[in-house]
Structure formats: structure tokens, C-alpha cells
Design a protein. Sequence first.
Length: 85
Amino acid sequence: MSWGIENEKKRKDILDLMDIGVRKTMANPNYVNEVPKSTTGCWMDQIYGLMRCDICDLNDQCPVRQENEWQEYLKENNIVIEKKS
């Protein structure tokens, strides 16, 4: 996330995210070990309770982004996937 330091808004957003993390771990030092798995697959949603793809440093491996790109590809190419019953 070092690239965010140069952009003032992203810098503020990252600092806010860090503040959320500090508050959660101060309230419960075992928070990271006890947090339930996210239903979206997003680590940021799991740890912080919000999704901020614009400041995520794992965006290349994000399951949410990959699924959105896949759905866009299917739509753009008029591909319909039928599930067998």
C-alpha cells in the first residue's frame, strides 16, 4: 500500500482502515484469529467489515474482482452458462 502515500485521499483512506484495525484488535486482541470467514472471499471484508478494492494491495488475486470480470466477460460475449439439474 506504499503507493497510497502519494495520493492524499488514498493516504487518508489507508489511515482510516488502519484505525479500524487498531480499534478492533484493542477491543479483542484475538480478533484476527477469531474473525469468521467472509462470505465474499474478500480478506478486507473479513477483517475490516468493508470492501475497498481501490486501496487493496491484493487486488490481482481478489476473488470478488475475478468473479466480476468473469461475469462481465460472459455478458459482453453473450455467453449463457446453463446448470444441469
